[in-house]
Design a protein around this ligand. Structure first.
Ligand code: CMX
Length: 431
């Protein structure tokens, strides 16, 4: 069965289910909003629905009811199928998806022309976002919308755009790597390989035993989705809700991923680890690292890779990367500094008493592994995050079209309104 057939079989039931839920319980209150939350990035307000994945405060990422630790041996293609359908594919389904993706992976020539025309020192995330944005002209959703398609089939061209985008992005990203860092001619895609092996190969990094390809596989799996309230997913959802096509929506989402408090933290994190290594000419003692971390905080900076808006325990994606590192590069000094940081930093953040989550997130571990394999251009790292995250945010967009999600439009209020509201409450309370 193809991915489209599988989804089509599920969508009718999903719509029925939601219709009944909304009819029977439309007025039930599931969350309240405090003044602190209104000013505080809407943290914790339950006002979005995401069925592809959820993030539990303590357990971390759960994709379609499977904890991420159960999925670390899977391939990105399996994860894409899981995100969209709620099931892992059988071997025939996986084979058909891989063949379909290979057929869709050719990157239009104009994308390379756009990338070549960009300033040589453009950030790789700017290049990725621009490359995706310029493909909007080929959006199947856009074409079908202009032709006047009915609302109940919106998800079909959205799925087409998703498959095209997910298939092409690894080729574009590896091309950006080769162009941006003067690595020589682009390496042709080898469609006999699966997505992660092909992706690893197209970077041109020496990989005699396939371990770098395995890291790419793990990387693409671990970053694939993180429910829908994070900046990249929420932005993608908001833009797509205006019926903008997937290329517009994903490009916008990636611009959010490029922020240092979100996906760019992986490059910032490795920079921090390398600063430690340079300063102490290798792995510092616990005391030296302790002082370095305090100095970072006292200079007004955050410790990248630590803390999270939702998590309150060590991110299981961090754990998965550390387990990989312990097998592959336990003696690498950069990896050892990342390990030591995990021991030293959480108690410092607790002592400082500001961060609600003192534990490492996914970005605290990924960079040191890439560094180990000789991928030293750390401002490229967020592009890898983006290639993976496109699977989740696009799957969310397909599901949103399938259930007819309306345009996003929460209500804002003025500070004057809030002051008036709380004063009225205070008066009522006194009376
Ligand atoms: N180092 C120092 N201070 C930190 C901190 C860290 N790692 N994490 C949080 N804090 C501080 C915040 O800056 C904030 O300080 P102020 O009150 O002075 O503004 C205070 O602790 C409370 O913040 P919080 O409620 O715990 O965290 P938020 O939900 O506001 O923000 C996050 C979450 C991730 C942006 C924040 O923890 C952070 O900046 N971490 C470092 C950057 C990072 O690793 N980002 C990647 C997150 C994962 C991802 O999206 O990829």
């Amino acid at each position: 069965m193809t991915l489209k057939e599988k989804l089509a079989g599920k969508i009718a039931a999903m719509r029925e289910d939601l219709k009944k839920l909304a009819k029977d319980h439309a007025a039930r209150v599931i969350s309240e909003v405090t003044v602190e939350q209104a000013y505080g990035g809407m943290r914790g307000i339950k006002s979005l629905v995401c069925d592809t994945s959820e993030v539990d405060n303590n357990r971390g990422l759960i994709i379609r009811e499977r904890h991420i630790s159960e999925l670390t041996e899977k391939t990105p293609e399996e994860i894409l199928w899981l995100l969209l359908t709620g099931e892992l594919p059988d071997s025939e389904e996986l084979k058909s998806l891989k063949a379909d993706m290979a057929d869709r992976s050719a990157v239009p020539r104009y994308v390379w022309d756009v990338l070549k025309a960009m300033p040589k020192d453009s950030h790789p995330m700017t290049m990725l976002s621009a490359a995706i944005l310029c493909m909007d002209k080929d959006s199947v959703f856009k074409k079908r919308y202009d032709e006047g398609m009915k609302k109940d089939v919106y998800w079909e061209p959205m799925l087409e755009d998703t498959l095209n985008l997910v298939a092409r992005t690894p080729v574009i990203a590896a091309g950006i790597y080769r162009m941006r860092y003067g690595k020589g001619p682009l390496i042709e895609s080898d469609n006999s390989l699966d997505m992660s092996a092909n992706f690893a190969r197209m970077h041109g990094i020496s990989d005699p035993d396939g371990k770098f390809a395995d890291l790419m596989r793990l990387y693409l799996v671990l970053h694939s989705d993180h429910e829908s309230g994070n900046v990249s997913a929420f932005t993608t959802h908001t833009v797509a809700s205006a019926l903008s096509n997937l290329y517009y929506a994903v490009s916008a989402g990636l611009n959010g991923l490029a922020g240092p408090l979100h996906g760019l933290a992986n490059q910032e994190c490795l920079k921090w680890v390398l600063m430690v290594k340079d300063m102490f000419k290798g792995v510092p003692s616990d005391e030296q690292l302790h002082k370095f971390a305090w100095d970072t905080l006292q200079s007004g900076k955050v410790i990248p890779g630590y803390g999270h808006a939702v998590l309150r325990q060590t991110d299981p994606r961090f754990t998965a990367f550390m387990e990989f590192g312990k097998k592959i590069c336990p003696d690498d000094q950069v990896f050892q500094i990342a390990e030591k940081t995990f021991k030293v930093v959480p108690p410092i953040l607790v002592q400082q008493g500001k961060a609600k989550d003192p534990w490492p997130n996914v970005d605290a571990a990924s960079g040191c592994l890439l560094w180990h394999f000789g991928m030293n251009e750390f401002d490229y790292y967020t592009v890898l995050f983006g290639v993976s995250r496109i699977m989740g945010i696009s799957a969310q967009a397909v599901i949103s079209r399938a259930i007819g999600s309306p345009i996003v439009r929460p209500k804002s209020v003025t500070t004057r309104w809030i002051k008036g509201f709380v004063t009225k409450e205070a008066v009522t309370a006194k009376a």
